[in-house]
Design a protein around this ligand. Structure first.
Ligand SMILES: *Cc1c(COP(=O)(O)O)cnc(C)c1O
Length: 394
């Protein structure tokens, strides 16, 4: 076996004409980009079985992190190197690291599910890899090949598989890949040194650990999270920073989430701070169309498919705030829910604005719950996975 640094050096010494006398096992380096291995450096002080049992008995939402993390570094002109699964530890970051100043950063959110037979699965992980690279492009961060992204996630989950909870109460291992500008440089340009990292943490249900509970939604007409041409469709930390003030406005109204309206014309509802929106109008499932200002959620896309499988008609369209209010009021919109990886599907009880409150007729609606049950069923292996969405890791 070659160690990581040998691997790295060989990439630069092997000329592309194939004449160089590389040793036999690495001949493929002549014509294939080097796949990252994410070799393991074991944590010599992992959580004890007793500590882990206590954590898994009440994991909260990402209150504890696993024993390891995946790490790789990228340098302009060199590509990715120093990849590995290493002991979980804080970063040493230069105070001039560009991410701390200019927010050049992206992330992903995905989950590992333990099935009844103890096998462990990911849900549509390549979609996360693809979106990660789309976000990277928008934020001038480097691309990471899908295969390398997948190796990092799979090897981390396999290494820390004892941290994946039993599926009771929809508990999962939440996985968080990130990439950020780690170069120490205060000039404004795309960083020439970046860090890729994947961490993981056991997670109970996001909003409520005692089952699905409808939540109230605050609709802000003052703050926006994204605008046309902005970063709304990239999964970057800045979008979340921009959404927090409205989130806290919502908390003051006893609302768990905030729904944002398109910023310039205020003529379409878009999405929540970190989740997409669906409403059920006259038996048809509607979701705001992707306009570049909305995050293209994998849960959103999967729900459109699951609804079709259940024979529920769906449409991606424009939903104006006035339509939303009047259709909830006249009873043609009966159900609404938010969706995303972290909270799966959370039903809406009521929409609140500064002026009024709009109570849903069926806050724990039958259609919402049927879609939820089918999607979660696929993820935990209780429902047949007809679209080959699940990928086995262990
Ligand atoms: C991550 C995210 C979502 C949900 O995407 P999923 O792929 O379903 O997890 C929705 N909106 C925003 C702003 C997000 O960041």
């Amino acid at each position: 076996m070659l160690n990581q640094s040998t691997h790295h050096r060989l990439r630069h010494f092997c000329p592309s004409n194939g004449k160089h006398a590389c040793r036999q096992p690495i001949r493929w380096h002549y014509y294939l980009p080097m796949a990252l291995q994410f070799g393991l450096t074991p944590n010599t002080a992992p959580a004890s079985e007793e500590q882990l049992a206590n954590i898994l008995a009440d994991p909260g939402f990402c209150d504890y992190y696993t024993d390891h993390m995946a790490l790789a570094t990228w340098k302009d002109g060199e590509g990715w190197f120093d990849d590995g699964i290493v002991p979980f530890a804080p970063f040493q970051l230069h105070p001039a690291a560009a991410v701390l100043h200019y927010g050049q950063e992206i992330f992903e959110g995905m989950k590992a599910y333990r099935w009844a037979d103890d096998s462990i699965w990911l849900f549509r992980p390549e979609e996360n890899a693809k979106r990660f690279n789309q976000s990277a492009r928008r934020m001038m961060l480097p691309q990471i090949p899908t295969a390398d992204f997948m190796t990092a996630v799979e090897r981390l989950v396999a290494t820390d598989s004892r941290w994946v909870p039993q599926g009771a109460g929809e508990q999962t291992l939440y996985i968080r890949p990130i990439m950020f500008a780690s170069e120490a440089y205060l000039g404004v340009r795309a960083a020439k040194v970046c860090t890729f990292c994947v961490i993981a943490a056991p997670a109970a249900m996001y909003f409520s650990k005692d089952g699905v509970k409808p939540v109230d939604i605050w609709i802000t007409d003052e703050y926006a999270r994204a605008g046309i041409g902005g970063t709304g469709s990239a999964k970057c930390g800045g979008n979340y920073a921009a959404s927090l003030i409205a989130q806290y406005e919502g908390y003051e109204q006893d609302c768990a989430q905030v729904l944002f309206i398109e910023a310039s014309n205020k003529d379409r509802v878009e999405e929540f701070g970190g989740m997409n929106l669906f409403v059920l109008k006259d038996g048809k499932l509607l979701t705001p169309a992707l306009t570049g200002t909305i995050l293209d959620g994998i849960t959103r896309r999967s729900i459109i498919q699951v609804a079709a499988d259940l024979g529920i008609p769906t449409a991606e369209c424009r939903i104006t705030p006035d339509d939303l209010y009047s259709f909830v009021q006249d009873g043609s919109i009966t159900e609404a829910f938010s969706c995303g990886t972290a909270a799966v599907i959370t039903p809406v009880n009521a929409f609140k604005t500064k002026q009024a409150q709009y109570q849903l007729a069926q806050p724990l609606g039958a259609v919402t719950m049927a879609i939820r049950e089918r999607l979660v069923g696929i993820q935990f292996g209780h429902v047949e996975d007809t679209h080959s969405w699940m990928q086995r890791v262990v």
